[in-house]
Design a binder for this molecule. Sequence first.
Ligand SMILES: NC(=O)c1ccc[n+]([C@@H]2O[C@H](COP(=O)([O-])OP(=O)(O)OC[C@H]3O[C@@H](n4cnc5c(N)ncnc54)[C@H](O)[C@@H]3O)[C@@H](O)[C@H]2O)c1
Length: 397
Amino acid sequence: MEHINIYSGKKAISRIVTSDSIKGLGACLEPFRSIFAVIDKNIPVNVQLMEILKAKNVRIKYIVPSEEDKTLETVMNICSWLLENGADRDTMILAVGGGITTDMAGFAACIYKRGVRFGYVPTTLLSQVDAAIGGKTGVNFEKYKNILGIIRQPAFTYICSQLLESLPKRDFLSGAAELLKTFMIEDNGNYQKAADLFFDIQSEFHLEVMMYGKDEKTQWRELLKKHRKTLTGLIAAAASIKAGVVSRDQFEKGERRKLNLGHTFAHAIETLAQRENQRGLCAQNESSTLPAEEQHFPSGVTHGEAVAMGLVLAARLADRYYRNDRNETTALESKISNDFWDCDIPCYCPYSIEEMAETMKKDKKAEGGKVHFVLPKSIGEVETVELTVEEVCRLMK
Ligand SMILES: NC(=O)c1ccc[n+]([C@@H]2O[C@H](COP(=O)([O-])OP(=O)(O)OC[C@H]3O[C@@H](n4cnc5c(N)ncnc54)[C@H](O)[C@@H]3O)[C@@H](O)[C@H]2O)c1
């Protein structure tokens, strides 16, 4: 078990505990008298977790997370439930789930009775290394992702790698992309260690499923269990990097921006994919079909997949910006795209830079016509530069 703190000045304001077992959660809940939990309904029942919650008389509300329902309305539903059940100012809200659940329950905790304490048990790899650390809470509004929200630190984040074993492969790999992103920012040898681990898991999975015909779900679960210890170490290393950055720049005035590596491109990709998807749905309603070649992502794109694509594009932009390297595929770009392919993380972006340009201009991180682009100089070293979208288009052509 490892303890990591997030600081404001010299004061520890949030504690992160990493472990390969759920047992230690009881100690985190100990100081709280009245606990209300918001739990992702898709998580298989974990007997140990339920016993810990029962021992503390925790009241539970289940939600089914989706980006469409990551709204103020769902947050209001959580607040109504708290009110109906007599939650007072001394209440602690516990969120158990992926990034959607922690973002929404955290936001509800920030506004309920002008703010009550909250804690997280993240259950996806993405939320364990990213969403549940750093205090960003919020919901989608109109067409914009996470545009309404508050930055406030949870009392604790209890990260248990055991909970990941029920995670579908695609969701796991989505988090793997964020983990690799973190080590592209600060390495200490962890980038290669993580890439090697995901490659091993992937190769063993293919061997057992393709060659020996084993059941995919069972095999995936067993492999995550087998590699639990290495994974726990890497998650703790990534959590520690993010905690360090957040301690130095909680409100994203400077250094914290570097955590957005790959994200300006990723948000544009997610927006374009969502638009295509909506056009597909409209076409279906009109009982005509959208031509297959127009649908780049018929089964959608996960945040981590978009981040992987964004990282490859950021590497290309960096090579062109720093070295004026105009080769079709540049050195850093080919290293990371090979690593992503080896781990079975899709990283080829089907959209042109012109298609992404309009969306990038509207990114909530754009300021005064310029966008903060985080450029990877090498694995473990990044720099934030301000560029106009036009400059980026010129460099990327
Ligand atoms: N607050 C932040 O700093 C921050 C950072 C990054 C991302 N985010 C947000 O996080 C969200 C994405 O997070 P996510 O990828 O965790 O998505 P998610 O919460 O939708 O979880 C992904 C899927 O996995 C399921 N699931 C969760 N845990 C499971 C488990 N242990 N076993 C089986 N299934 C499980 C969920 O029900 C869901 O279907 C986005 O809304 C994004 O905006 C927030």
